[in-house]
Design a protein around this ligand. Structure first.
Ligand SMILES: Nc1nc2c(ncn2[C@@H]2O[C@H](COP(=O)(O)OP(=O)(O)OP(=O)(O)O)[C@@H](O)[C@H]2O)c(=O)[nH]1
Ligand SMILES: [Mg+2]
Length: 371
């Protein structure tokens, strides 16, 4: 039973998702790989940026919390001098689920040929135009500057050639992913992926966007029913001061998933601190759940449950009647399942709120430039 529970929780973290990132030399491939994974360019696990790479090697960069999601930093097709079909063979295209093609100003004929080949192989590709922040900044000097018009022109200019006309381009700044089209890109890829891979991408996506936090919350919510149905037949542990037993092992496992999924574990928060320049202590100060930035142990969870017990017991009374006919098990077990269900919902809510607090703090810092 324990094994089935673990399997239920871990399944999504095991689904492999391989994302290839390609484009000309210096276009921001490595920066994109780091930005998506929420890793600072100076981190030990970062893809090295700002260094000219001429090797043909494909380098893999797993997501720090979900190593099943791997970003591969590919040499640009232009640097290899191979035709598109040969290039794809060389980089081992079969293992990739999708391709991100990055440019800084204009996509080339080579990019178009590559996209055509990728499509022929039945895979998806996405055109990303990076360094939007830099170009906007230089345009800002002009008297009649309009951000919207400049962005529209950028989008138009980078697909000038005939064969690229109908291609959607995502405008991105790898240094400020909350701006422009990064979130649209994430959402588009997620929608295009087969169902079992959608959740893998979602969990590995940065929790800086409120809509991603909400989608993650919904994903975890969908799992709660299945988890608590299992908990009905697992021996519940009676907690002192609480009349109803709680499946503690299950709660600890689930809460750990929530904390990691929302990027609220200690290493993730440290990475957010490094990327944003906000100190770790400042980030920690906005947390309220008592579960974030902590090691999730049975002791910690018990402590928090007991603090919440009056609230939880009240909530159980409303819910238990909906459980009995569905679960069809003895009343004591139904109570246990109902309590576990309520607790998981409660913990998920407070952790999603903490994730939102971190996102608010980060966005506030970014949007309030230091003079
Ligand atoms: N401002 C800004 N700078 C960027 C952006 N993307 C990349 N850069 C910078 O551009 C330079 C090159 O970026 P890399 O990520 O190393 O580019 P690359 O495509 O991996 O380069 P090679 O591996 O040499 O082909 C670095 O100094 C980055 O910091 C962006 O969106 N905005
Ligand atoms: Mg690079």
């Amino acid at each position: 039973m324990e094994a089935r529970m673990a399997e239920n929780l871990d399944r999504t973290s095991k689904i492999p998702l391989n994302i290839a990132v390609t484009g000309g030399s210096g276009n921001g491939k490595s920066s994109f790989v780091n930005a998506f994974r929420g890793i600072d360019d100076n981190d030990d696990h970062a893809a090295p940026t700002g260094v000219r790479e001429t090797t043909i090697e494909v380098k893999e960069y797993p997501h720090p919390n979900y190593p099943n999601v791997i970003f591969s930093d590919l040499p640009g097709i232009g640097t290899t001098k191979f035709p598109a079909s040969k290039y794809l063979k060389l980089v081992g295209f079969k293992k990739f689920d999708l391709f991100i093609i990055i440019s800084v100003d204009r996509f080339t004929e080579n990019d178009a040929k590559l996209a055509k080949e990728i499509k022929k192989m039945g895979k998806k590709f996405y055109f990303v135009r990076s360094r939007v922040d830099i170009d906007l900044q230089s345009e800002q000097r002009k008297k009649d500057f309009s951000e919207q018009k400049t962005l529209a022109k950028m989008r138009e200019d980078c697909v000038k050639s005939e064969c690229l006309k109908l291609i959607h381009v995502f405008l991105v700044s790898n240094h400020h992913i909350h701006l422009y089209d990064f979130s649209l890109l994430q959402d588009t890829i997620e929608r295009d992926l087969p169902d079992h891979m959608k959740d893998a991408l979602l969990l590995a996506s940065p929790s800086i966007f409120p809509d991603i936090i909400e989608k993650k919350k919904k994903f975890f919510q969908r799992q709660i029913w299945g988890l608590t149905a299992l908990s009905g037949v697992v021996a519940a542990v009676p907690l002192p001061g609480l009349s109803i037993g709680v499946d503690l092992a299950l709660v600890v496992g689930a809460v750990t998933h929530y904390v990691v999924g929302f990027g609220l574990d200690i290493p993730s928060l440290r990475r957010t601190a490094d990327r944003t320049g906000i100190s770790y202590d400042e980030l920690k100060a906005v947390l309220q759940s008592q579960l974030a930035a902590q090691e999730i142990t049975k002791e910690l969870v018990t402590k928090v449950i007991l603090q919440l017990s009056s609230r939880a017991a009240l909530l159980v009374a409303e819910e238990v009647s909906t459980f009995i006919p569905i679960v069809g098990i003895p009343l004591s077990m139904a109570f246990s399942a109902a309590t576990t269900y309520k607790l998981l919902k409660l913990f998920l809510d407070v952790l999603a709120e903490d994730a939102q607090r971190i996102s608010d703090r980060v966005l506030k810092a970014i949007l309030t430039p230091v003079c």
